[in-house]
Write a new protein. Structure first.
Length: 208
């Protein structure tokens, strides 16, 4: 399943694990990577400590959980762990939820995910970059801010679209003021790195 000497997984490591799963499966499932897993698969980060997937279709989620337990995974730390990979916990969310954040649109919709690879039984995608920032900044730790700066530096983020989508998503959160403050802190970091203009920083501040 993996190397017990590692404390982080690379994209190649993840692909080898999924190769193994696919070779043992007799059903189809669609996995959408999120968090640091998505960043690693999209080559924005070199490796990840956490392995996080959305399984959008409920019956696919149920079959996957049964399958993984049959091949030796067991419940641990809010996810699943394998004896061959004691340093890693694989977490799965069913439906349209990432961590505690409900996505605005079905993640399987066109444009809402990035295709990574297709095996015989597994379809692997990654959450789109804009929603990746949103789901991370709703949590808003210092690590999340650093990750989101790296995502922003891909040059593929439209700031105005990001602000509009973030504000819309924030309205559905239990604490919209908190998540908007998280977003302002992120934009302030971008401004200090001269990645966004002063006018945009002021615009975000006016939304608080």
């Amino acid at each position: 399943m993996g190397s017990t000497s590692k404390d982080r997984l690379t994209s190649d490591d993840l692909m080898l694990t999924l190769d193994n799963w696919d070779s043992l499966m007799n059903f189809n499932t669609r996995l959408i990577a999120c968090g640091g897993t998505a960043m690693t698969l999209l080559n924005i980060k070199e490796s990840t400590k956490d392995i996080d997937f959305v399984v959008p279709v409920e019956n696919e989620y149920k079959r996957l959980m049964q399958f993984l337990k049959k091949i030796g995974y067991h419940d641990a730390g809010g996810g699943l762990q394998h004896p061959d990979d004691p340093n890693f916990i694989y977490q799965f969310w069913s439906g349209n939820q990432v961590f505690t954040t409900q996505l605005l649109d079905p993640v399987l919709d066109e444009g809402k995910h990035i295709i990574v690879k297709e095996w015989r039984h597994i379809f692997l995608g990654a959450i789109n970059l804009m929603d990746l920032i949103i789901t991370k900044m709703f949590r808003g730790t210092s690590v999340d801010i650093s990750d989101c700066i790296a995502i922003f530096m891909t040059g593929e983020i439209d700031t105005e679209q990001l602000l509009a989508r973030y504000r819309k998503a924030a309205r559905y959160d239990l604490n919209p003021d908190k998540v908007m403050k998280n977003f302002f802190n992120f934009i302030k970091e971008l401004f200090e790195k001269q990645l966004v203009a002063d006018d945009f920083l002021k615009k975000v501040k006016s939304c608080l």
